[in-house]
Design a protein around this ligand. Structure first.
Ligand code: XIL
Length: 401
């Protein structure tokens, strides 16, 4: 009609709405026909959040959080409180952050993390109390065989004691196994081992139990995930370590499998890792997937292909590990791709940023999000295939060492 503004037909309105939704979704991964591609949902809040979907299947889930970003970025805070039922501070509870000097403890960052989590009903993992990295300069300059044991126990008493009764779990000892150091027991010749001796691990766990009896005390390790010979050796050495701790009645409740994995890994992930998790169960240990991310260096530049490949890797890895009932938590190492440590640690040859996490640089859920949610949902439905190697890996391999 002349003079009247044309109104949209119903069809046009629907098409417009669909386009708007797609734009909101952000088609960083607009390749629905790629193998492994799972369309990410538009709405990931409430019942569609990872935390809700994990809870329905007996799991806790969440991210490593950066305290500076929690303080600076509302989108970051929003995703964290929407998705996490558990979180860990990426760096803020490490020695390097908490111990500026021998005499001082700086809890500003750690307290801010705890405050955020407690105010949003998010359980917390503490990371970590004893590691060969993130040791302050003053420590490396002044620690001696005479004072190291007291330095370790004092640190654990003060730090774990401060948050007593409030932490879900603590990574008491991080990354203590390193086969290449050539010791028969597979232990890393870390500063702690050199200064204190191989019982430093036991000392750390016993002190942590006294400082926070309610926290699940965890041994956290990487390089356990794959089917390669190197990972197999590390699994064996780790199981032997765990068994020694058990035999000596050292208080330990859980194993953290870091899970820094790779898309298009040559060896894949699955049977041997499941066998490892079953061996943990036979020692009555819970298992947490503590630092999951998928390095996409081996995938082509195109972001759609990468998102599909990363999602497929998440799907495979989580399907395998979540089939084991003693796996109780899944945390990714970061919230969004832009902040991933892999952008420093494992740069792509095309210099593009890595896309290893569940949310992209604009906090939009990726196909990997849908893959993780589907793996959570499949947990209680999937029948567990019988594994002929279950239960006794550590026994079989202890004889061969
Ligand atoms: C990494 C952080 O992500 C980086 O920001 C930091 O520079 C170095 O440490 N295993 C661990 C984590 O247990 O503490 C590491 O975190 C990643 C590997």
């Amino acid at each position: 009609m002349p003079g009247k503004t044309p109104i949209l037909s119903r069809r046009d309105a629907l098409v417009g709405a669909a386009v708007t939704l797609l734009a909101l979704q952000g088609c960083s991964s607009s390749h629905p026909r790629l193998p492994g591609y799972v369309p990410p949902p538009l709405d990931v809040s409430g019942a569609r959040s990872l935390r809700a979907q994990a809870a329905a299947h007996g799991l806790l889930t969440g991210f490593a959080l950066s305290v500076p970003l929690l303080q600076d970025s509302e989108p970051y805070r929003r995703v964290a409180r929407e998705q996490c039922s558990i979180a860990v501070a990426e760096n803020t509870m490490k020695w390097g952050a908490i111990r500026p000097t021998r005499a001082d403890f700086n809890f500003d960052g750690a307290d801010a993390f705890v405050q955020f989590c407690e105010s949003h009903n998010i359980k917390m993992r503490g990371h970590n109390l004893c590691w060969h990295e993130s040791l302050p300069r003053w420590f490396l300059d002044t620690a001696t065989p005479e004072n190291a044991r007291a330095l370790l126990t004092e640190h654990i008493r003060v730090v774990a004691g401060r948050y007593r009764g409030r932490m879900h779990s603590w990574d008491v000892v991080n990354e203590a196994v390193w086969i290449a150091d050539g010791r028969p027991d597979g232990l890393r010749t870390s500063p702690w081992l050199k200064l204190i001796g191989d019982d430093y691990i036991e000392v750390a766990f016993r002190t942590a139990r006294q400082a926070d009896p309610a926290a699940l005390l965890t041994y956290n390790e990487y390089g356990l995930e794959g089917e390669s010979e190197g990972d197999q050796q590390k699994r064996i050495a780790t199981l032997l370590l765990l068994r020694r701790l058990r035999q000596r009645n050292v208080p330990i409740d859980a194993v953290g499998i870091q899970s820094h994995i790779k898309a298009r890994s040559l060896h894949g992930y699955g049977p041997s890792l499941r066998s490892f998790i079953q061996s943990c169960k036979s020692m009555d240990l819970e298992v947490f997937i503590t630092e999951l991310d998928v390095d996409d260096r081996e995938l082509p530049s195109d972001s759609g292909h990468r998102d599909a490949g990363v999602a497929a890797t998440y799907a495979d890895y989580l399907q395998a590990t979540l089939a084991e009932p003693n796996v109780k938590a899944v945390l990714t190492w970061g919230v969004d791709d832009a902040q991933s440590w892999l952008n420093q640690r494992s740069r792509r040859t095309d210099n593009k940023p890595q896309r290893p996490l569940l949310f992209d640089q604009d906090f939009r859920p990726k196909p990997a999000f849908a893959a993780a949610a589907a793996a959570f949902a499949g947990r209680s439905n999937g029948r567990r295939p019988q594994n002929p190697h279950s239960g006794s890996l550590q026994d079989r391999h202890s004889q061969s060492l």
